[in-house]
Every structure is written in C-alpha cells, then in structure tokens.
Design a protein around this ligand. Structure first.
Ligand SMILES: Nc1nc2c(ncn2[C@@H]2O[C@H](COP(=O)(O)OP(=O)(O)OP(=O)(O)O)[C@@H](O)[C@H]2O)c(=O)[nH]1
Ligand SMILES: [Mg+2]
Ligand SMILES: [Zn+2]
Length: 307
C-alpha cells in the first residue's frame, strides 16, 4: 500500500495510507534509500512511501518514491549536514512579524532565496498586523508590502486575531500542499488553528524577557484543510542557513535582479562594484529595493566563494 508522511519524529512516522487510515510506521532496517541528497533525515513530511501493514495501526516503510521537490536547510543539530524540511510542496509560505518577534529582511530573503533555489513558489505572510494599527505601524506594513510585492512575491498582511483578514490566505491555500515556516512565536500554529477549526495545536506566548518565541512546535506535521489541501506546521527556525549556494548564482534567486542580469556589461558581474552593472543601476530607480540589495550583499559574503 502507498502512503504519505504526515509527521516525522526521527524515530517513528505518522503515515496516512491509501485506505485513509493513519499508521505509526518505522523504517525497515534494510530499506534502500536513493540518496539523491545526503541528509540527517531519510524520510520527510510530504514524502510518498510504500507501506507494509503490521499488527493494528503499525506499519513498516519499505520504500520511498522519488520526490517531486523538497526544501532543505542546514540541520539544526549539525552545521555540516542537511535536513529535509518537507517534500512534494506546492507552496512555501513564510510567516513574518514586524515585532514580537521581529523578523529581519535578511531572514526573509534567505528563506525566499532557498525557495527559489528549490523552484518552490513562495508567499510572504505578515502576521500580527493588529499590533501595528497606529500611523507609524501602518507605514511599516506598507513598506514591507511594497518591497516584497515589487520583488515579485504575493504578500498577505493579516492578523490571527482578525478572522476576516484570513480570507485571502484561505483562498491561496485551497487544494495545495503548503509549508508554513518562520521564527518561533510568529503565530504559525495559531494561524493553522484558525484555518482548521477542529485542530487544537499548542501555542505559547512570546517570552517578554527575550522577545522571542519558545519553540512550542517541536516536529513538522501535516494537516488536512477542511476545503481541500494540506498545511505543514514546522518548528520555529532561528536562522535559515543556505545549502550548497554559490556566489555566482545568488542574483538569479532574486527575481527582480534576475530580470536585469542580461543588461550587466560583464557576463560574470558580481553586482558589487563593476561598471555597467544593471542591478546597481536599478537601485536609485527603485527597480531593486535597497533593503533587498543589502541582504544580497550579506548573503553573498556568507555563501561559497567562487571568484
Ligand atoms: N497580537 C497577536 N498575537 C498573535 C497573533 N498570532 C499569534 N499570536 C500570538 O503569538 C504567540 C505565538 O504563537 P504560536 O502560534 O505559538 O507561534 P509559532 O509560530 O507556532 O511558534 P513555534 O511553534 O515556537 O515555532 C501566541 O501567544 C499567539 O497567541 C496575531 O496575529 N496577533
Ligand atoms: Mg508552533
Ligand atoms: Zn551586475
């Protein structure tokens, strides 16, 4: 029987079989894993697998199907290893907050760059808009919306406390498998609880002391949406470390820069201080937002050097 992974704790898996039932499964000791990527987790949420039923609700995973796509980040336990966050995704959604906790442009852009590199459409959700109702807050929200809309991403500004603000999000998620990612405390589980009313995921207030979330969700888990589609809740991420990224490909993963690259004078332009650089020429005209260019420079410094 085939099945799909709904939850992975590392030692056992919650799998939904073709029969619609959930099974507690383990990986068969001798299962051959087609190692297209070497990662700390051989099987991830969203993976399609072959199941062998055992007693009751127990099962064995005997094979894993080739992934349509997947998203990988640096393993939380070992900087030199990869961790598959989820597989077979239609959308990668980042929940960001201006405050409580603050999400930086650098973090947002590392996530978006990763989604581009894995060819997964990305969406930015700015949650906790209720905390930004004064004039200053509204201006910040407009600024964020403008930066990311211009970069080419759908941006939804909403608040888990204002149920009607979730309507466009519901539309966007219908019939899709969507990964929810973001810092701890931004409200991923709270939003999912609203989207799936019978669910009651644990949520926790952001620590007043550190201004950070408390890592309430500890394992990635997938849930069915009432109107069709699935959502994957994930534990909060501190940093989105980029895997196997090289400096010369980075600009390709900024959609607004990608469009300009053919106009750079030099084919191997780094877009830093070359003459005739179309990316830099796009800064004063607003084709490239200064905030996005700043994150380009800092990510460029941090990834594999090839020049
Ligand atoms: N003011 C306000 N608070 C919110 C909103 N959404 C969530 N919260 C609160 O933010 C806190 C953290 O929410 P969670 O849903 O646990 O956050 P999470 O992203 O799942 O966090 P981890 O599981 O640790 O990654 C809770 O106290 C929520 O009630 C919102 O739109 N506005
Ligand atoms: Mg959570
Ligand atoms: Zn250039």
């Amino acid at each position: 029987m085939k099945g799909i992974i709904y939850k992975s704790t590392g030692s056992w898996y919650l799998v939904r079989g073709e029969d619609g039932r959930f099974y507690q499964a383990r990986i068969k000791g001798k299962m051959k894993i087609d190692r297209e990527i070497s990662s700390t987790n051989p099987v991830a949420v969203g993976d399609l697998v072959v199941l062998e039923r055992e007693e009751g609700d127990d099962a064995m995973i005997t094979a894993i199907e080739k992934r349509g796509n997947y998203i990988v980040r640096v393993s939380p336990h070992n900087k030199h290893q990869k961790h598959i966050v989820a597989a077979n995704l239609d959308l990668a959604l980042l929940v960001a907050t201006v405050q409580e906790p603050q999400t930086s442009f650098g973090f947002i852009d590392r996530f978006l760059v990763t989604a581009e590199a894995y060819h997964i459409p990305a969406v930015l959700v700015i949650n906790k808009a209720d905390l930004l109702q004064d004039e200053e807050g509204q201006a910040v929200l407009r600024h964020w919306q403008q930066i990311y809309t211009h970069a080419g991403y759908p941006v939804l500004t909403l608040s888990a406390q204002l149920p009607e603000s979730l309507t466009p999000l519901k539309e966007m998620l219908r019939d899709k498998t969507t990964l929810f990612s973001g810092h701890s405390g931004v409200g991923k589980s709270t939003l999912i609880n609203h989207l799936i009313p019978e669910l009651d995921l644990r949520t926790e207030i952001v620590s007043e002391y550190s201004g950070k979330g408390q890592h309430t969700t500890t394992f990635a888990e997938m849930f069915d949406l009432p109107g069709g589609g699935r959502i994957i809740d994930t534990p909060g991420v501190k940093e989105f470390g980029l895997i196997d990224m090289q400096q010369d490909e980075l600009a390709e993963y900024y959609p607004e820069m990608r469009r300009l690259l053919p106009d750079c004078r030099f084919a191997n332009c780094k877009h830093i201080n070359e003459p005739g650089c179309a990316v830099k020429a796009g800064l004063p005209t607003g084709l490239v937002a200064a905030e996005r260019y700043q994150t380009y420079l800092s990510i460029w410094e941090s990834v594999e050097k090839i020049w």
